[in-house]
Design a protein. Structure first.
Lengths: 115, 115
């Protein structure tokens, strides 16, 4: 069975500081990896995904995540955060060999950006 | 592209009552997913449809839960004889086929409170 662990439930950080949100997964089969973001009172939105190829993936708003197969991790980073990045962030996996698209989510990390 | 919509956004009911939620996916999306999210947790997969066929159900989906997608467009999720433990946010998502790699677009959710 697959599982996802987000190691921090809350991450407080000051504006313009760097941030890392940690995600580890467990799976006996190859997976696709995703980060979703949920802004207050909004639905989940895809932030970025890793399917194959380059292990470093980037989003349009400055976030990046690196797939590390040996450590089974997919940590999310941003070199300089903004107040508007305050949100709940979810790491998720889906099994690449099964064509269901079913997502298995971590518990979520609340990023609190302070002025 | 009007996005995924869910109705109602909030539902308060008494224990033992039946409730039904509706999800309207993005029009050209063949796949439709239901997830449940409780406070402080990530979404948990409940079931999914490809067109009108329900292809997988989670063990979380007890016999009090039933989902339909009769014409391969909108879907309904019914909970019979609600219990306090059913209180949660119910999320709907849709995606194109094929592939687990396809982005799932989430609706805003229906928050259920069982008194």
């Amino acid at each position: 069975a697959q599982s996802v662990t987000q190691l921090d439930s809350q991450v407080p950080v000051f504006e313009e500081a760097p941030v890392e949100l940690r995600c580890n997964y467990s799976s006996s089969v190859s997976v696709y990896l995703f980060w979703y973001v949920q802004y207050p009172n909004q639905g989940l939105q895809l932030l970025l995904k890793y399917l194959s190829g380059s292990t470093l993936v980037e989003s349009i708003n400055g976030f990046e995540a690196e797939f590390n197969k040996s450590q089974t991790s997919f940590h999310l980073r941003k070199p300089s955060v903004h107040i508007s990045d305050t949100a709940e962030y979810f790491c998720a996996v889906s099994m690449s060999y099964r064509n269901t698209g079913k997502l298995i989510f971590g518990q979520g990390t609340t990023l609190q950006v302070k002025p | 592209d009007t996005g995924v919509s869910q109705d109602p956004r909030h539902k308060i009911t008494k224990r033992g009552q039946n409730v039904t939620f509706r999800c309207d996916p993005i029009s050209e999306h063949n796949r439709l997913y239901w997830y449940r999210q409780t406070l402080g947790q990530g979404p948990e997969f409940l079931t999914y449809f490809q067109n009108e066929a329900q292809l997988e159900k989670s063990r979380l989906l007890s016999d009090r839960f039933s989902a339909e997608r009769p014409k391969g467009s909108f879907s309904t999720l019914e909970i019979q004889r609600t219990e306090q433990g059913d209180s949660a946010m119910y999320l709907c998502a849709s995606s194109r086929t094929p592939g687990s790699f396809n982005e799932q677009f989430f609706g805003p959710g229906t928050r259920l409170t069982v008194l």
